[in-house]
Write a protein that binds this ligand. Structure first.
Ligand code: ATP
Length: 135
């Protein structure tokens, strides 16, 4: 089976580097599946899971947005933060979710704090879902 190289990089350093059979990612226009030989493209990512399919296994990485660049032999993902499912601290994510929910209950809809809390909630829920395999 053909493979494509995948790199996931954050400002803190590389998070993932492997050859995979297929990449599934959530872009701002919907979910895309990338196979080896895909036409070149660049797309913004939403907070979500990147699924990296290999023979017999699938690696899952939580990303908090960023960009995906596809070349025929390589997919590069640059994200503000990214965690492999097994490295997610579930208690930290649950605490972050609780804090964000509390802030959402306190702030008004048009508030900057409301948007920040909403994004924080999305990141926390994504980490919980990825860690628990609910994706
Ligand atoms: P928190 O409030 O817990 O810091 P956050 O969503 O504000 O969550 P980020 O700013 O997205 O955190 O990330 C800061 C750094 O911490 C990044 O390197 C990210 O990968 C890491 N990180 C955040 N939450 C977790 C988690 N639950 N498990 C593992 N790493 C995490």
């Amino acid at each position: 089976m053909k493979t494509i190289k995948v790199n996931i990089v954050t400002p803190d350093g590389p998070v993932y580097d492997s050859e995979v059979n297929m990449v599934i990612a959530n872009t701002s226009t919907g979910e895309i599946g990338i196979l080896p030989g895909h036409i070149p493209m660049v797309a913004p990512l939403t907070v979500g899971a990147i699924r990296l399919k290999k023979e017999g296994t699938t690696d899952i990485v939580a990303v908090s947005g960023g960009f995906l660049e596809v070349r025929p032999d390589q997919v590069s993902i640059l994200a503000p933060s990214a965690e492999l499912s097994s490295t997610i601290d579930i208690n930290r994510a649950k605490e972050a979710m609780k804090r964000a929910e509390e802030r959402l209950n306190l702030s008004k809809q048009d508030d900057v704090d409301f948007k920040r809390a909403e994004l924080s909630l999305k990141r926390a829920m994504n980490r919980i879902n990825v860690n628990e395999g609910n994706i």
